[in-house]
Structure formats: structure tokens, C-alpha cells
Write a protein that binds this ligand. Structure first.
Ligand SMILES: Cc1cc2nc3c(=O)[nH]c(=O)nc-3n(C[C@H](O)[C@H](O)[C@H](O)COP(=O)(O)OP(=O)(O)OC[C@H]3O[C@@H](n4cnc5c(N)ncnc54)[C@H](O)[C@@H]3O)c2cc1C
Ligand code: SF4
Ligand code: SF4
Length: 437
């Protein structure tokens, strides 16, 4: 257990939904791989892990070598093995899908190799000789962790500034507990830090203290990996009633502490994205008898992953498509939601307002952006609230780089890991007199 995460957490009620392979099962699955030379699975992985190579090493009993291949490309490969939406990434691209046989279970094989190395505390990488340069990393999520690790391999001193008390960002505070619990992500952060030379300052909000100017003076380069901000509100009457929560904030509470669900009978989850679907599955898993997804569009147009919605339905989820809450009502605590029906253009249909009972509401209609934090710095462009960067993560201001959700608008852990590493390599070139110098 990472000392930064308490063991009294609601999320511990969940078991892992995916079973780990036994050594024998892993070898059998590895031997199904065709070891394609132009492997499409590898192209579909944002960190371009050499999938056929790591699978071949499992097949030949070289688990340590397999883990090294994975971590060489993606230092967060252990959590990615659990949290990646593989159906839309590597597994979705596996050629077996076109051959009428089940695709290779790349995520489960990756987990098999990385778990052994992680649990044995194996260290694969050493810090490079000291370069005399220092880099400040804003935020302690996957993007910054991947960037800091790569920077240390090149010998640059790193300081991570994290406003929360735990590292790992949404990988720690947001991932559905049946995929991965908070303590594993926090332990993974400790394991990444074991390379040495990464100072961590938790409880520090950059922008307030230190200011951006102080940060710039303190370091030779800065990486910004602040992710996204608080849940977006519906801005309807009654949203401040007890029992109405932003979904990401609620999920953080159940992952890091306890949420009280005793007596909750009817929950509504507003939204159609992956956070909404996670919220539905988490409430069902915690025993809420009736959980209804309320989405303003049609089922076929929901942005959330199909496979997650299919799973939610099998677990008992209900849905009100083409509906939108216009108010929440109750005496001090939510008791009802007032809904309106929506037409095919997602416009409210007059005269269709009605109420449904609800004693818990999660609002999952998106998160705010944090690009504004950098808006005052000359040379940095903010687009749709996100930090605009080039392929190297360069922001346009000398020495300033960014990556992860704050730049891509909100993708996956594996994207943040890929962008953090790419930016670290660009920072290394910059600090050694190359690009952007
Ligand atoms: C509910 C939910 C479920 C998800 N499930 C999955 C999943 O199953 N699989 C998957 O791959 N992805 C999932 N994601 C997305 C994934 O978690 C993110 O894409 C990823 O964590 C982004 O990494 P990041 O480092 O860019 O940002 P974050 O993980 O958001 O980390 C940013 C960090 O910066 C800190 N910070 C912010 N501002 C400041 C400041 N001013 N000073 C100091 N620190 C600051 C924050 O506290 C945070 O720790 C999920 C997201 C959510 C919301
Ligand atoms: S990191 Fe994710 S996308 Fe890449 S190969 Fe592994 S499981 Fe697939
Ligand atoms: S595409 Fe499938 S079969 Fe080919 S290397 Fe990748 S996992 Fe193996």
C-alpha cells in the first residue's frame, strides 16, 4: 500500500473485472500471436510498444525481457495494461480480427509481464550522468511522470509540483476501480520515482505559489501536465442541492476515501461520455438498485465506448435518451429531477417537461480546461482552453513544453504517457543546444 493512499476507501469494494493470466495461459495466448512484421497493433499504440517482440519474449519464457521492452516504450506500461481501452487501440487493430479468430489479448499479456517486474521491484533504468540542468514539471499525473522519468534518463534534475497530496493524476483519482485501484497507481508513481533525482512537492499549486515567473526563473525548462479542471456544471436550478455531484469529483471521493450510499435507491447519471458510463457502472457495482443514464442525444450517437455501455446494460443500467435535466428539486437534498425531452437536433421539445425521482445525481458532461493558467505568458497560444503545442510538445515560448490532457483536450493515460515522453526528448534536445534553443 502506498503511504499516500489510505486503505479506508469505498473503491476497495470492487474486484478486478479482468482475471490475470496464469503463466500457462499467458504462454498459450502468446503463442497465438502471428508476430506480424508490420504489426498494426504497434502502430495503434500511442507509445508504439513493440508488441510482437514483447509477446515473443513471453512465449519463450523471458518475462523480464518482455517487461523491459514494454517499459522502454512506456514507463506506465503496468497501469496502461489495465486501463487502456484496448478494444479501440492495439487489440482493435490486431490482424486476427480480420482472420475470423479472436484478437490477441495484448493488454492481458502486457499485464502478465509488467506485474511480475513491478511486484518484484525490478528496476530497468538508471539516471544519466548529471547534466547540470533542471526541469520543473507542473502536475504529477501520467504526462509529467513519463516526462520526468525520460528526463532523468538523460541526467536532467526534475522537480514535480503537484497540487494534490497524491501523485498519478486521474490515473489515481479517476480510473474505474474494477480496472485499477488508486493504491496501485500511487505505487506505480513511487516505482517511477525510484530512478532517483526527481524532487516531488505535493500540496503546491503552480500559478499561486510558485508563480509562473518564479517557476521560469527556478528551472532551465518547464513541462506543463496539469490535465483538465473541475467538472462542468449543467447550470440549472437545484444543482447545489445535497446529492447532486460532479461525476469526476464524486469518483475521486470514492477512490480516495468513502462515499455514503446507504439509502440511495434511484440515481441519475447525466452525460453520454466515458466518465458517465464509469459513473453508472460504479454506482451499480456499489449496490445502488436503480441507475439511469440521462443523455440528450440518441443511443447510437453517445460518445462513450460501445463496449462500456454494453457492459453497463448487462449490469442493469437503464437509460433515458434524448432527455435533459432542467432542474433538480427537493427539500435540502435532491428528491426529483425535472427533465425535458430533446428533438433530433438536441433541442428541448416544448411541453414535454416531467419529473422523475432521484436521490443521487452525478453530472458527467465534461471537465473544464486549465490552459488559462498559461494564458498570460507571451508566446503561448491557448486554443479551446487547451495549451497549443507542436508534435514535440513545444508551446511556442522558449523552454516551455506541455502534454497530456491539458494539451490534447482529454484522451487516455497512454496518450499522456506518449506526449510526456515526446516532450521530454524535445526538452533534452533543447537543453543540449538542439531544437527550440
Ligand atoms: C473518470 C475518468 C475515468 C478515466 N478512465 C480512463 C481509463 O479507463 N483509461 C484511460 O486510459 N484513461 C482514462 N481516463 C483519462 C486519463 O485518466 C487521463 O487522460 C490522464 O490521466 C491524463 O494525464 P495527465 O497527466 O495529462 O493529467 P492528469 O491525470 O489530470 O494529471 C494532472 C495533474 O496535475 C495536477 N495539477 C493541476 N493543476 C495544477 C497546478 N496549477 N499546480 C500543480 N498541480 C496541478 C492535478 O492535481 C493532477 O494530479 C479517465 C478520466 C476520467 C476523468
Ligand atoms: S500501452 Fe495500451 S495501447 Fe499500447 S500496447 Fe499496451 S495496452 Fe495496447
Ligand atoms: S497484430 Fe495481432 S497477431 Fe499481429 S503482432 Fe500484433 S498482436 Fe500479434
Amino acid at each position: 500500500m502506498s503511504k499516500s493512499v489510505t486503505d479506508d476507501r469505498t473503491e476497495t469494494a470492487f474486484q478486478d473485472f479482468k482475471h490475470a493470466y496464469s503463466p500457462e495461459q499467458a504462454v498459450v495466448e502468446a503463442n497465438r500471436c502471428l508476430f506480424c512484421s508490420d504489426a498494426p497493433c504497434m502502430q495503434a499504440c500511442p507509445t508504439h510498444i513493440d508488441v510482437p517482440q514483447f509477446i515473443r519474449k513471453i512465449a519463450t519464457g523471458n518475462l523480464r525481457g518482455s517487461a523491459r521492452t514494454i517499459f522502454e516504450a512506456n514507463i506506465l506500461g503496468m497501469s496502461c495494461a489495465r486501463v487502456c481501452p484496448v478494444e479501440t487501440l492495439c487489440v482493435g487493430a490486431c490482424v486476427c480480427n480480420t482472420l475470423g479468430v479472436p484478437p490477441i489479448q495484448i493488454g492481458k499479456l502486457q499485464r502478465h509481464a509488467t506485474d511480475r517486474a513491478f511486484e518484484a521491484g525490478t528496476r530497468f533504468f538508471e539516471a544519466g550522468p548529471p547534466s547540470g540542468k533542471s526541469v520543473g514539471l507542473v502536475g504529477g499525473g501520467p504526462a509529467s511522470l513519463a516526462a520526468a522519468h525520460e528526463l532523468r534518463r538523460h541526467g536532467h534534475a526534475c522537480t514535480i509540483y503537484e497540487k494534490r497530496s497524491v501523485l498519478g493524476g486521474l490515473n489515481t483519482t479517476g480510473i474505474a476501480p474494477y480496472k485499477m485501484r488508486a493504491d496501485r497507481s500511487a505505487l506505480e508513481a513511487d516505482w517511477v520515482l525510484a530512478i532517483g533525482g526527481i524532487e516531488v512537492r505535493t500540496g503546491v499549486e503552480v500559478g499561486a505559489a510558485p508563480t509562473l515567473a518564479e517557476l521560469e526563473r527556478a528551472h532551465d525548462a518547464v513541462f506543463v501536465g496539469v490535465g483538465l479542471g473541475p467538472d462542468t456544471a449543467l447550470r440549472v436550478p437545484g444543482e447545489d442541492l445535497g446529492g447532486v455531484h460532479g461525476a469526476v469529483a464524486f469518483i475521486e471521493r470514492l477512490k480516495l476515501g468513502r462515499v455514503a450510499l446507504a439509502g440511495v435507491r434511484r440515481a441519475l447519471v447525466v452525460g453520454g461520455g466515458n466518465t458517465a458510463l464509469d459513473g453508472v457502472r460504479e454506482l451499480l457495482g456499489l449496490g445502488v438498485p436503480e441507475v439511469t443514464l440521462v443523455y440528450r442525444g440518441k443511443e447510437a450517437k453517445m460518445p462513450g465506448y460501445r463496449h462500456e455501455w454494453s457492459a453497463a446494460k448487462q449490469e442493469g443500467a437503464r437509460a433515458l435518451f434524448q432527455h435533459l435535466p432542467v432542474a433538480f428539486e427537493g427539500a435540502g437534498k435532491v428528491e426529483r429531477a425535472r427533465l425535458v425531452r430533446m428533438d433530433d437536433q438536441k433541442k428541448p421539445i416544448a411541453g414535454t417537461e416531467h419529473t422523475v425521482e432521484a436521490d443521487l445525481v452525478l453530472v458527467a458532461i465534461g471537465q473544464s480546461t486549465l490552459g488559462g493558467l498559461l494564458g498570460a505568458l507571451a508566446g503561448i497560444r491557448i486554443a479551446d482552453g487547451c495549451v497549443a503545442i507542436d508534435a514535440d510538445g513545444f508551446t511556442g515560448r522558449k523552454g516551455w513544453y506541455a502534454g497530456g490532457d491539458c494539451a490534447n483536450g482529454g484522451k487516455e493515460v497512454v496518450n499522456a504517457a506518449a506526449e510526456g515522453k515526446a516532450a521530454a526528448l524535445a526538452i533534452h534536445r533543447y537543453l543540449t543546444g538542439g531544437a527550440h534553443a
